[in-house]
Design a protein. Structure first.
Lengths: 338, 338
DNA sequence: CGTATTGATTAGAGCGCTCTAATCTTGTAT
DNA sequence: ATACAAGATTAGAGCGCTCTAATCAATACG
C-alpha cells in the first residue's frame, strides 16, 4: 500500500525531484524530452501527486469544506451536487460534514472542516450563531447558502424567498383564489422571507392573510392542515406551504379530510425538489436553482481565494414558478361561501 | 487568515513544539502543569492542529474517500449520512465526490480521492469495471456498497436483495395475489438479485413469473406499467417495482389508467427511502438499513486500516418488509377473471 | 574566442506536524 | 551525599511536496 513518491519517479526517470514537480504541475519550462521521460516513469509506477503534501508545501489548499445541515433533505443534496460539479471543474475537492441541525454538532463539524485549512467553506443552512460564522470567516472565506449574514467577510447565496412566495400568491390569485393560507416554516432560515413575500402578495391583492405556524416537514404540514380544518374559521381554497415536504404533508391531510387537490383546494410548495417533480406528486412549486446556487457558492469562494474581491457579495437568485397539477381554479360553489 | 502553528503555541506557553504536540494528542506523559499552560495558549490563539500536516508527518490518514454515484438519489444520500456519523465518531473526515454514473467521471473522481492518500475509500454503487476497483484496492482499503466483488482485497456491504424481493412476493401472495409482475431494474447493480428473489418467490408459490424490463426511475416505472397495460396479456393484480422511485412512477401510471392502488392493484417498492415514508406516498416497500450500511462500511475500512483483518468481508444485510398503504388483498372480481 | 543571454535543471530550505532518541528533572534508595 | 530509575521535556530528522536561487548547457554576438 506504500505508494510511490516523487523521489521514486525522479530516480526512475533519471532526473531530479524538482523536475518531476515541474512536470506534474504542467510547467512550460521543461524540455519535451524530459517531460516525456517523467510522464512515462510516473505512468509505470502509477504515481499521482500527494495532495496533502502539495498543499502543505505550496501553502495553498484545493479543499473546500462543506457543512450540510441535513443531507436527507433533497434540496441540500442537490446543492451539494452543484458544489461538487463546480469544484471538480476548478480542480477542488470537497470535504463534507453534516451538522444535523444541532448547534453543537455543527460547531464540531465546522471545526473539523477548518482543521483542513481549506481554501474556503460552504455552510448550507447553518444553525450556529452569526458570531461563530464570523469567527470562521477570519480563518478562510466563508459562503452561506440559505442563510443571510450582515458580516462583510462572508458571502451569501440565497433565492429571493420573498419574490418566490409572492409569485406563488399571484398565481393562486390569478386562478381566482381569495382565501389563501400560508403554512409558515417556523424556525427555518428561509421561512421569514417566504412569509414576508406571502403577506406582501396577499395585501397587494387586498386579501386577508392567514398564517399557520408549521415546520419544513411533511408531518408538520399534515398537522398544520388538521389544525386549519379544525377551527371554525374559513377554510382556505388554497395553501402556500413552507416547502415541498410540508406541501406533500398538507396534501395528505386534505385528502384524508375528504378534500380533493386541486379540486377543492390548491397547494403550492417551495424548492422544486425532485420530490415535486415525481409525476405521482406533480406539485406546483417555486423553483430554486439549486445547482446554480452551488456553482455560485464555489465561484464566490474562489474569487476571495484569488483575492479578486474583498467586499461581500449577496447573490439573490430569482425563483420561478413551476406549475404542475396541485393548483387549479377554486370550486365555484365553495368560493361563493367564502 | 494566517492561522497560528504549533510553534506559535509553544512560544506562548514557553515550551517546546514537541510538548505541544503531545498535549494536542492527549498523551498521558505530560505534567498537568504544562498541559494546562499549553491548553491555555492554544485557546488564546485559537489554535487547532493542521490535519494535513499531521497526516503527512504521522504517515496515517484520517480521511475516508467517498464516491457516490448520484447524491440526488435519497438512498445514497442516506447511506452517506450513515458514513458521516460513523466517520465522525471515529475521528475521520469524508472527502466526497460524485461520479454521475459515468465511468470516465467516476475514474476521475476515484483518482481524486486517492490523491488524498485516504485511510480508505467507499464506493457507492460504482459503475467502473472491477479491474479499476481492484487497482484502487492496492492503494488503500476499499469497500463497495450496493455492488458485489470477488476480489479478496475489497469488502462489500449489500442488502440481500434476493431475500428482500422474496419477502415482498410472500407478502403479496399471502394477501391473495396470484398474478404478480416485477418491474426489473435493468442495468442497476442491485437489479439482478432482486429479480432472482422475485423469480424464486414466484416459483415457490407455483405461480407464473412476469418480468417487465424497466429502470430505477419514476418515469421508467410509468412507462413499464403503460406497456404492461397495453399488452393483451393478463393484467397483474400486484407489482413488485425495482425500487421506490420506480414504484411511485408505476402508481402514477396505474392511476392514470383508472386503476386504484391498492384497490385494483397493489404496488411494492424497494429501499424504503424517505420518499416511501411520506404519508402521501405511504408505499409498502422493502427496507434496506441505510445508515447501518454506512456504519458497516466505515467499520470494515477501519478493521483493514488497523490490520485486524486481511480476508474480505461480505456484509449481507437482512432487508425487512415495511407494510404501508399500497398493498391490499386483490379485488375478488378481478381475481376471478385471472 | 570570450562573454552575455536564454532556457533547462537542480540543490536545498521549509511547509506544520510526528516520532525517536537523547537530555533533563525529580524522587527514592542507599 | 550518591546513584539510579522513572517521568517529563526537547532536539532534530523527516513526511512528500513546492519554490527560490543557484548552476549548467547551449546558443548568440561582437
Amino acid at each position: 500500500m506504500a505508494r510511490p513518491t516523487m523521489e521514486d519517479v525522479a530516480a526512475r526517470a533519471g532526473v531530479s525531484r524538482a523536475l518531476v514537480s515541474l512536470v506534474m504541475r504542467n510547467s512550460p519550462k521543461v524540455s519535451d524530452h524530459r517531460r516525456a521521460a517523467v510522464r512515462a516513469a510516473a505512468a509505470e509506477l502509477g504515481y499521482e501527486p500527494h495532495v496533502m503534501a502539495r498543499s502543505l508545501a505550496s501553502r495553498t489548499s484545493t479543499v473546500l469544506g462543506v457543512m450540510v445541515s441535513d443531507l436527507r433533505n433533497a434540496f441540500f443534496a442537490e446543492v451539494v451536487e452543484g458544489l461538487d460539479a463546480a469544484a471538480q471543474a476548478a480542480g477542488f475537492d470537497l470535504v463534507l460534514n453534516t451538522g444535523g441541525r444541532s448547534p453543537s454538532r455543527e460547531r464540531r463539524a465546522l471545526r473539523s472542516l477548518l482543521s483542513f485549512r481549506p481554501a474556503g467553506v460552504v455552510l448550507l443552512s447553518p444553525v450556529i450563531p452569526a458570531s461563530a460564522i464570523e469567527e470562521a470567516s477570519r480563518q478562510c472565506p466563508v459562503v452561506l447558502v440559505s442563510r443571510t449574514s450582515r458580516a462583510s467577510t462572508v458571502d451569501t447565496v440565497n433565492d429571493d424567498g420573498e419574490a418566490g412566495a409572492a409569485l406563488a400568491v399571484d398565481h393562486l390569485v390569478s386562478l381566482g383564489h381569495r382565501c389563501i393560507a400560508h403554512l409558515d416554516g417556523g424556525g427555518a432560515a428561509t421561512a421569514a422571507a417566504r412569509r414576508r413575500g406571502y403577506l406582501r402578495g396577499i395585501r397587494r391583492h387586498g386579501l386577508e392573510p392567514l398564517v399557520v405556524r408549521s415546520e419544513h416537514t411533511d408531518t408538520a404540514g399534515e398537522k398544520a392542515v388538521r389544525e386549519l380544518l379544525g377551527t371554525n374559521g374559513p377554510v382556505p381554497t388554497a395553501v402556500l406551504a413552507g416547502n415541498d415536504f410540508n406541501a406533500v404533508g398538507a396534501i395528505s391531510a386534505f385528502e384524508d379530510a375528504g378534500l380533493r387537490v386541486p379540486g377543492d383546494v390548491s397547494v403550492v410548495g417551495y424548492d422544486n425538489t425532485s420530490l415535486a417533480a415525481l409525476r405521482h406528486v406533480s406539485l406546483t412549486t417555486v423553483d430554486q436553482p439549486r445547482s446554480e446556487m452551488g456553482r455560485l457558492a464555489v465561484e464566490a469562494l474562489l474569487e476571495r481565494v484569488r483575492g479578486e474581491r474583498a467586499e461581500p457579495v449577496r447573490h439573490q437568485l430569482h425563483p420561478s414558478l413551476v406549475v404542475r397539477s396541485t393548483t387549479a381554479a377554486p370550486d365555484p360553489e365553495q368560493a361563493e361561501e367564502t
